[in-house]
Design a protein around this ligand. Structure first.
Ligand SMILES: *Cc1c(COP(=O)(O)O)cnc(C)c1O
Length: 368
């Protein structure tokens, strides 16, 4: 049987992509904010109901740039969670800031808002929460803490493209949100990313930051890098966005089947369905807590059947070798995140995964 990977990139019809990139052979304009780039930006502002979308070559550099754009004092503290991809913590540290790790809640794995306040010091300047697996953080509680302590909020929304909370697009919370359009994400531009925000004053700096800090032919305003999205990436995005609603609808059917098969089984904990949230069905995490077998055994049993699940997120970022020096490093400081990291598996999920395969995967897990 064919190998089932944890994800499979969405791609448009070959001919559809060729039609889109044909224009590039006519114009010879391959990057630097060409027609495709401008078009995708507009399409995304519409799709996400967001006044400002700035495109980047990947999500990580988008996050680095938006943190830089906040012009926070060096060595200041940023509250974040360790139950995330390496990128989130690295983006904070590569900006010369100090991450302070807050634990997650055991229901949806986002930042535990009841534990944020005790971590705030006079050095705290920002919060970088993660809408992990596409689950929305408690944006209301985070918003009021930010107001009370005058903190910036930058969401790592890499997983939360097309998610809505109480009808409001995930792009519109906090000071800014970063999306990743990596090949493995719900919406992809091969590699790519964006920063979304409402504040008109951020537009210029976010555009300068991805192009060496260059404002115009006469002035260079910031120590920027190169993080521009090229025309081939933008063309892929334009095509994929046309089909996104269908892709999410297909993912929904798969997730519902997983839930039907696995919900209520002793020792299997599924992510809580969030009230008022329109999901993008990005991931299907399962936490094995008191199940007949442990996570690693299940991972290898699936692998024997040519099925690749993923320990996502393990290890957690506050146990990385490179962060041993940090005052808040150490798994024991975030016990819920450590607990979940040892027990979680994300199961295969992509639009074209068949229901038969979902049943087979669940069968291998359950019939032990
Ligand atoms: C994918 C991802 C990123 C980084 O995005 P890239 O586009 O791969 O650079 C950052 N944070 C999280 C949580 C991610 O899953």
């Amino acid at each position: 049987m064919d190998k089932i990977l944890v994800t499979r990139s969405s791609m448009p019809d070959y001919d559809e992509y060729c039609r889109e990139i044909k224009k590039l052979w006519d114009s010879h304009w391959l990057t630097n904010m060409g027609e495709e780039h401008i078009q995708l930006q507009k399409d995304l502002e519409n799709f996400l109901d967001c006044p400002h979308v700035v495109l980047y070559t990947n999500g990580h550099l988008a996050l680095e740039c938006v943190i830089a754009a906040m012009q926070l004092p060096k060595h200041a503290e940023v509250i974040t969670t360790p139950f995330t991809f390496a990128s989130t913590t690295h983006a904070i540290v590569r900006n010369g800031l100090t991450p302070v790790f807050c634990d997650i809640n055991p229901d949806d794995y986002t930042i535990d808002v009841d534990k944020i306040e005790s971590l705030i010091t006079e050095k705290t300047v920002a919060i970088v929460p993660v809408h992990v697996y596409g689950n929305m953080c408690d944006v209301e509680a985070i918003g009021s803490l930010a107001k009370k302590y005058d903190l910036k909020v930058i969401y790592d929304a890499a997983h939360a493209f097309a998610v809505r909370y109480k009808g409001i697009s995930s792009a519109n919370f906090g000071d800014a949100s970063m999306f990743s359009f990596h090949a493995t994400k719900v919406f992809n531009t091969i590699e790519g990313g964006a920063v979304c925000f409402q504040n008109d004053e951020l537009v210029q700096i976010m555009n300068d930051m991805k192009n060496f800090g260059i404002r115009n032919e006469d002035s260079v305003m910031y120590v920027g890098g190169n993080a521009k999205m090229n025309e081939f990436q933008a063309a892929m995005g334009i095509c994929n966005l046309r089909h996104l609603k269908d892709e999410i609808a297909k993912r929904k059917i798969i997730v519902e089947r997983y839930r039907e098969n696995l919900d209520g089984i002793k020792g299997i904990k599924l992510s809580k369905i969030q009230e008022d949230v329109e999901s993008n069905y990005a991931y299907f995490p399962v936490v094995f807590d008191g199940f007949t077998d442990n996570r690693n055994r299940i991972l290898s049993d699936l692998a024997k059947e040519n099925i690749v699940a993923r320990r996502y997120f393990y290890p957690i970022t506050n146990s990385f070798e490179c962060y041993k020096y940090l005052p808040t490093a150490g798994r024991e400081k975030t016990p819920v995140a450590a607990f979940c990291a040892d027990r979680v598996l994300t199961l295969p999920l992509y639009a074209d995964l068949s229901i038969e395969d979902v049943d087979r995967i669940c069968g291998i897990i359950v019939n032990r």
